[in-house]
Design a binder for this molecule. Sequence first.
Ligand code: PLP
Length: 468
Amino acid sequence: MPTQQQREALRRLPAVHELLKREELAPWLERLPREWVTQAVGDAIAMNRRVILENETIQGPSMAELAAQAVDSLHRLTEPRLRPVLNGTGVVLHTNLGRAVLSEAATEAIQRVARSASNLEFRLEEGVRGSRYDHVEDLLRRLTGAEAALVVNNNAAAVFHVLQVLAKGKEVIVSRGQLVEIGGSFRVSEIMRESGGRLVEVGTTNKTRIQDYEQALTDETGMLMKVHTSNFRILGFTEEASRQQLATLAQKRNIPFFEDLGSGVLYDLKTRGIGNEPTIQECLEAGADLLSFSGDKLLGGPQAGIIVGKKSWIDRLKKNQLTRSLRVDKFTLAALEATLRHYLNPEEAVREIPTLRQILKDEGELQSAAEQLSGRIQDTVGEALQIEIVPARSEVGGGSMPGVELPTHCVAIAPRQISLTQLEYRLRQAPVPVVGRVSQDRLFLDPRTLEIDDFPQVAASFRYALQI
Ligand SMILES: *Cc1c(COP(=O)(O)O)cnc(C)c1O
């Protein structure tokens, strides 16, 4: 039974049509369909009815408060849903946060082709129809040493396309140790089935020798495939057939040796002491006939699947009808071209491509950035937070370089007046959300994935979260 006070509060709740007359709602009625505004008003009233029924001593909202709630929800309805967030997780390639952040040049390239007509499929020299792939193919050939290249929507599509065009109805030999599942739902075995290729597993989880491939060869064999074990490592007693061995074997049979490289690096990070990934150039030199990798992982570009390798095989991929259904748009091509251009000068690549720059930030730089960030936040919110700088580890992420941990210095934050869960939630609700990592009862912000220019905004989002 509602109390006397609750009954009165319920009685004071206005009817929808009364609330619709408030002047705060007038601009919304002009801008949006009437049903949307009516719905927002109805929802605000219904929500307050529930709150009143759960709370015996409640006063109930004023008309102004109800109108403000309806306006709030209309704002949420009309604001962009997909928007920037500040990545304080220290995971450089965070798939849920959009993976690679593009360089300035790549972002500008997207804007230029968005604002104007372009020569997307038009050869300016001859004045005839051209191919959209030409803009990046030359660059890819030059940078990787491959004979030819093709770009599709993402690497999952690239793998699918290679299998379905070159191995449909045939056997594809893969090492058991490489039958990986990546992220959401990319499983080598399922992609294989969908593409019409027949998976032949050889070897054991930790050891596969070239003899295992040789013994599995039949008249039905259409491809030898190697898959990068992106998100895990098998340690200890392991053995794999080398690329040279696989290439030689494939050549004897006149079938392709295809490698799904996953991330694919053009800049040799191992020379800077990070990980042990062979570069794309090295994999091709070692004999891979076809290689595929993502545009938005270690390359640091837009989402894309890049296939490079022997011209005879790439030509067959290009000629297939289905290539059309995987084709990339002009924004992707513009951003990819700009990203690849940076690599013509490795120093420029490291300076301009955020993915590389973030991976290569050194401990001194990170320590000083952490101090600046902590100072900023402290100055903005004062005593509301307890802040400390602690050594920690960042990750490359995106299923790239499993096991590689990059030393960093994080700002570790414990709120004094609200709970950690509340702080973390409120930061996600801020106009510019901040996403960090919760560890040891504190919120960690890693300056590896934040830029100095972002710090004032991080502080502003903290002020919002703490309602200061
Ligand atoms: C990430 C990855 C893929 C999928 O690439 P997307 O570009 O995300 O589609 C496929 N294979 C491997 C080995 C990967 O690491």
